[in-house]
Design a protein around this ligand. Structure first.
Ligand code: SF4
Ligand code: SF4
Length: 356
């Protein structure tokens, strides 16, 4: 049985995590590493035209979800874009040109990935090309028939959203979820992995800490150990994710008030005013790219609305979008510390200026 790691929003060893992701990893290649180094140089030089390619892609298998989580724009059925599944054609159009450079593909963003019947085909496509894959799911839709495709896909990491140790607390946020089913599915996957003697997928239990479940943290740790989970990760709640990427602390407080835990270390938005200005602005515009189910290209996972896309794979290819006018203008915004307005989502992003 694996030793269960317990992680909190504080206490992350940032540099060790970077080494594990990009150096001491089976997904390493000299070409990827050279591109990564170029990308790191860009984070200081902040050129408008990127000369390195993305090392990470976030690609959304489904823009739909079966749950109604109240702080999530998909769960609230907000009008972001048409609810569809990603097709293999768009998937390959996004991934293929970047195969030699990508360290990791995250197959999730604003929806439930298991709603896409071709999910594990996409995972396998990446892992066969030596790209690390991560899927995050509510695990309510997992069925036994998916076990073999999952195990054979080469998936590196499976993150499971489970915010509680009882149906009562779980359902306060994961509305329409099924606590027993998620626990049952976690058990089956951990059991099957042990039966096969496999190390992958690495299982991460993601627990968003709210007021109604913070007292369950010790029980959750004990349960994770019992279930054979590799890591249990306690994270802070976000609010108004649909409005602006990583935006404005205080505006969001009101919506979060019903949910915030007493432990202020999980209050993302309280500490922002005291946060130091970052020496290096948001790196995403130079090292990662996000693809939506309809082929829309967004600058990061925090962008939800179609109007905020930087381009589309339906009428362009990915490298053309990567250095198109919107990208270059947004990079200029970051380079000028917000003085230049690009009229993109990046203009208002808290990541660049916590005092906004
Ligand atoms: S399970 Fe995830 S995608 Fe679905 S409504 Fe909840 S937070 Fe949103
Ligand atoms: S500046 Fe904000 S919106 Fe723009 S890419 Fe970075 S995190 Fe995303």
């Amino acid at each position: 049985m694996p030793k269960t790691k317990v992680s909190y929003p504080w206490g992350n060893n940032y540099f060790w995590n970077l080494l594990k992701r990009f150096v001491f990893t089976p997904y390493f290649s000299c070409r990827k590493f050279y591109n990564l180094m170029l990308g790191s140089a860009q984070n200081f030089l902040l050129p408008e035209r990127a000369f390195a390619r993305p090392v990470k892609m976030i690609i959304e298998p489904s823009g739909r979800c079966n749950l109604n989580c109240p702080l999530c724009p998909t769960g609230r059925r907000l009008d972001g874009r048409k609810e569809t599944n990603l097709g293999l054609d768009i998937f390959k159009k996004a991934v293929d040109p970047l195969i030699p450079y990508l360290y990791e593909v995250y197959l999730y963003n604003w929806g439930e990935p298991l709603l896409n019947p071709r999910l594990f085909e996409m995972v396998r496509y990446c892992s066969q090309r030596r790209i690390r894959t991560v899927v995050s799911t509510n695990l309510t839709l997992f069925e036994n028939r998916m076990m073999n495709p999952l195990m054979e896909s080469g998936l590196d990491t499976l993150i499971v959203s489970l915010d509680g140790v009882s149906a009562g607390s779980y359902l306060q946020y994961r509305r329409r979820g099924d606590f027993e089913k998620v626990i049952g599915n976690l058990k089956s996957i951990a059991h099957e992995r042990a039966r096969l003697g496999a190390r992958r997928p690495r299982l991460i239990w993601q627990f968003i800490v709210f007021g109604h479940n913070e007292s369950e943290i010790p029980q959750a740790i004990a349960m994770a150990k019992q279930l054979g989970i590799d890591e249990i990760k306690f994270i802070a709640p976000f609010a108004r994710m649909d409005t602006l990427a990583y935006s404005a602390a205080d505006m969001k407080r009101e919506e979060l008030d019903d949910y915030l835990p007493r432990d202020q270390r999980y209050h993302l938005y309280l500490s922002n005013k005291k946060a130091p200005r970052k020496a290096v602005p948001c790196p995403f515009l130079w090292n990662q790219i996000a693809i939506r189910t309809d082929g829309g290209v967004a600058p990061c996972c925090g962008s939800y609305h179609k109007d905020d896309d930087f381009g589309s794979l339906s009428n362009s290819d990915i490298m053309a979008v990567w250095n198109n006018e919107k990208y270059q203008q947004a990079r200029k915004t970051l380079r000028t510390g917000g003085w230049f307005k690009s009229h993109t989502i990046c203009d208002q992003c808290i990541i660049n200026d916590p005092y906004k």
